[in-house]
Design a protein around this ligand. Structure first.
Ligand code: SAH
Length: 230
């Protein structure tokens, strides 16, 4: 099971043997654009945050492919084009506070941090939070706070949020997250059974209720309640 993959794994624009760093980056950005990531602010953030810093070990040399990759704790770093499409769908403003559920490698949080005032990111695995925090410090991303927490409950003491991004699949949009969204706020969340293709949903909180838009098919690791062992 891979997290954050689209339904189409064919990558004709992916890196090629013999590419230098400049060509790799150009192909990476071209692949994003060809898959619908068109918001210039999102593309700029994805150009500035080096995915290579978030992928370790023997998958390092595949960091610029448009594919999800394994990280520690049995989790995955999402497919870059899915990261781009989810970020774009969140329509972030520079003064927004964003909650991310599912820190994982920290890659998505790093991109969010360039687009908003403050990012709070939570993961149920302590090891992922500790490693992501070290990377945020190293990269000088001082507006991200990472916490070990069960994100299916949100972060009540910091709520409400302008934007919420969930990067693990829930059977339904979690109630606590809906209630921690400001009026006018937006949440993007993959919804569906964990072992199947899921639907990425954008939820907008209106004064009198919620509006749900279906965006596309995706595949994410499941949102699991409670804290992890590591
Ligand atoms: N956004 C990440 C990828 C996330 S993979 C990145 O950019 O790399 C999904 C993550 O969600 C995993 O790290 C998993 O541990 C986490 N997760 C699953 N259920 C959770 C929960 N209830 N609370 C917090 N994190 C959760």
């Amino acid at each position: 099971m891979s997290a954050g993959t689209g339904d189409d794994d064919h990558d004709p624009d992916g890196p090629r043997a013999g590419d230098g760093p400049g060509e790799q980056k150009m192909r990476f950005l071209f692949a994003l654009r060809s898959r619908g990531v068109t918001d210039p602010r999102v593309l700029d953030a994805m150009e500035r945050i080096d995915r290579g810093a978030f992928v370790r070990g023997h998958f390092e040399d595949r960091a610029y492919e448009d594919t999800p990759l394994p990280i520690v704790c049995g989790q995955t770093i999402s497919q870059p084009s899915v990261v781009g499409l989810m970020t774009q769908a969140l329509d972030i403003g520079p003064r927004d506070t964003v909650l991310e559920v599912g820190t994982g490698s920290g890659y998505q949080a790093a991109i969010l941090s360039l687009l908003c005032r403050r990012v709070l990111t939570v993961d149920r695995h302590r090891r992922l939070v500790v490693e992501a925090e070290a990377l945020f410090r190293q990269l000088g991303l001082s507006n991200i706070t990472a916490r070990v927490a069960d994100g299916s409950r949100g972060l009540p003491e910091q709520a409400p949020f302008d934007r919420i991004m969930v990067t693990a699949a829930a059977e339904d949009p979690p109630g606590p997250l809906l209630s921690q969204l400001k009026i006018g706020g937006i949440m993007v969340v993959p919804v569906g059974q964990s072992d199947a293709v899921q639907t990425l949903i954008r939820v907008t909180r209106m004064a009198d209720g919620f509006r749900y838009d279906e965006l596309r098919q995706v595949r994410f690791v499941p949102l699991v309640e409670g804290l992890g062992q590591t």
